[in-house]
Write a protein that binds this ligand. Structure first.
Ligand code: HEM
Length: 483
């Protein structure tokens, strides 16, 4: 596809006028507006359009606004739109090439996806449930030592998300007690998009061959070494890891990390496992910690929601089980509303393999032909905030998802986990992790606003993700006398 600000004009497609060189992302690059709001503004430029063109830097994207058109692209016409944009050439970085998100659709992707899906659901998920339950208990026990405590939400949600991933790797690290444990430091290091990594990504896009020639890898030696050491310990030792109180073989969910090789055999070489580890860190750590942060923040702000949630949680006495957790309908509704208002993945995309046509459905539209390799942007955050689909979108209202109301949500307007063949493979795993955390937390604490933070969250203008600006404080107030 040609990269130039003339592309949409030449194709006679309506488009958002780009800022020179930077395209629509300019307001975030100059730190004027947070990226989710920039996307929402762009989404609103042509209220009646089903789709329109825009430029991310000089790369043309087609924004798909209309929910039916989203379904066409992601479900009905999946042969034309089989993959995401991010595709790292396996020749240039074999580790990144093993990530499902960046894999080209085909047998290897299909099988790897099936294996990961199995590892993250059903009986395997029940096993992970036990680990998550342990991590949540460690979390609340840590705060139960004192009375009311003031906590910073970015910090505590990141530590919990980290500890669950670590547990999947057979590594018990309780990051609240021990914030400088190796796993947490590595997670932070890998997931922070610092300057050097940004440059590496840019160079990869520019010339994968050059990167291969100079043997530059997106996964640096420090990360590689850390995980290789961990994998070796897990495989070779039947004894506890230094940081684990249990035999690691019991914890290490190796099935999460199986990959089919080109000869159709199941294997998990150290590099395969390393790739899956990176996948967990990218997909689980950032998404889960973001959802937990916003869920705790919204619950602290909305007292009625909190009281109702506590009431429902208290009905499940003593130990919560996998089954009883799924039965707490109001918890489902609170999590669903958090994912509506604050979806951690603010957009997703599809890339067309072949040319395609969009037929008119409105009087002012014309048949429009598009080239192969057209990049389609699906604006998850903006759809969730569109008052046409969610009236008063800025209000946190879990009742949108009660049994009656959720029937009226227009299909493909609520898509926190994406849609179709390339949707999120970890959604079940993620939902259980979020729910079990909130269950344990609210069983022991009320979440109370803190004077240190404002009532309205401001989003960061320095990153291209959904991140609050600065620190976000609330208080955990023990419910000792009630339970
Ligand atoms: C609240 C948490 C999460 C959210 C909101 C989320 C959201 C998403 C979204 C929007 C996509 C793109 C889907 C599409 O294009 O249609 C995606 C893809 C993906 N997610 Fe998640 N995700 C979450 C947690 C996880 C977890 C825990 C894992 C486990 C490792 C995971 C693994 C993946 C993978 C591997 C893909 C790529 C799938 C493919 O291309 O075949 N996600 N996720």
């Amino acid at each position: 596809m040609r990269r130039s600000h003339k592309y949409w004009k030449n194709k006679k497609v309506l488009y958002v006028r780009p800022w020179p060189f930077f395209g629509f992302v300019a307001p975030t690059l100059v730190r004027y507006r947070a990226y989710p709001w920039v996307l929402q503004n762009v989404y609103n430029v042509f209220p009646e359009q089903r789709y329109f063109g825009l430029y991310q830097f000089v790369t043309p994207y087609l924004m798909i606004k209309n929910p039916d058109l989203i379904a066409t692209i992601a479900i009905n016409d999946v042969e034309t739109f089989p993959c995401h944009r991010t595709k790292i050439d396996p020749e240039s970085d074999p580790i990144y090439a093993k990530l499902l998100f960046s894999m080209k659709a085909g047998e290897q992707w299909k099988e790897s996806r099936e294996i990961l899906k199995l590892a993250l659901s059903g009986n395997k998920l029940k096993n992970s449930f036990r680990l998550m339950q342990e991590c949540s208990k460690d979390f609340v026990n840590y705060f139960s030592k004192e009375g009311t405590v003031e906590v910073e939400l970015k910090d505590v949600s990141a530590k919990f998300a980290n500890d669950v991933i670590a547990a999947v790797f057979g590594y018990k690290c309780n990051s609240l007690e021990n914030p400088s444990n190796d796993f947490y430091l590595t997670t932070k290091y890998v997931t922070e998009f610092h300057f050097l990594r940004a440059i590496k990504f840019f160079l990869y896009k520019l010339s994968p061959r050059m990167m291969k020639f100079f043997k530059f890898s997106l996964v640096d030696n420090r990360t590689r070494l850390f995980f290789h050491r961990l994998i070796q310990k897990n495989r070779l030792s039947q004894n506890s890891l230094n940081f684990s109180k249990r035999p690691c073989s019991e914890n290490f969910n190796e099935d999460c990390f199986l990959v089919k090789n080109n000869n159709g055999k199941l294997e998990n070489s150290d590099d395969d496992i390393l790739a899956q580890a990176i996948q967990f860190l990218f997909f689980d750590f950032k998404t889960i910690s973001t959802v937990l942060l916003f869920a705790m923040y919204e619950i602290s702000q909305n007292i009625k929601v909190q009281e109702k949630l506590i009431c429902e949680i208290d009905k499940v006495r003593k130990e919560v089980s996998y089954e009883s957790l799924a039965g707490i309908e109001y918890l489902d509704m609170v999590v669903a509303e958090t994912l509506r208002k604050w979806p951690p993945t603010i957009t997703t995309d599809r890339k067309s393999e072949k040319p395609f046509t969009i037929e008119p459905t409105k009087p002012w539209e014309e048949t429009q032909k598009f080239d192969a390799e057209t990049l389609c942007l699906i604006p998850i955050f903006a759809l969730h905030r569109d008052p046409k689909y969610f009236p008063n979108p800025d209000v946190f209202d879990p009742e949108r998802f009660n049994a009656q109301n959720k029937k009226h949500i227009k299909p493909f307007t609520y898509i926190p986990f994406g849609v179709g063949a390339r949707n999120c493979v970890g959604s079940e795993f993620a939902l259980i992790q979020i729910k079990i955390f909130l269950f344990n937390l609210l069983s022991r604490f009320r979440l109370v606003k803190s004077d240190k933070s404002k009532d309205v969250i401001t989003l960061s203008k320095t990153v291209f993700r959904l991140v609050p600006e600065g620190r976000v404080w609330i208080k955990f107030e023990p419910r000792r006398n009630e339970v």
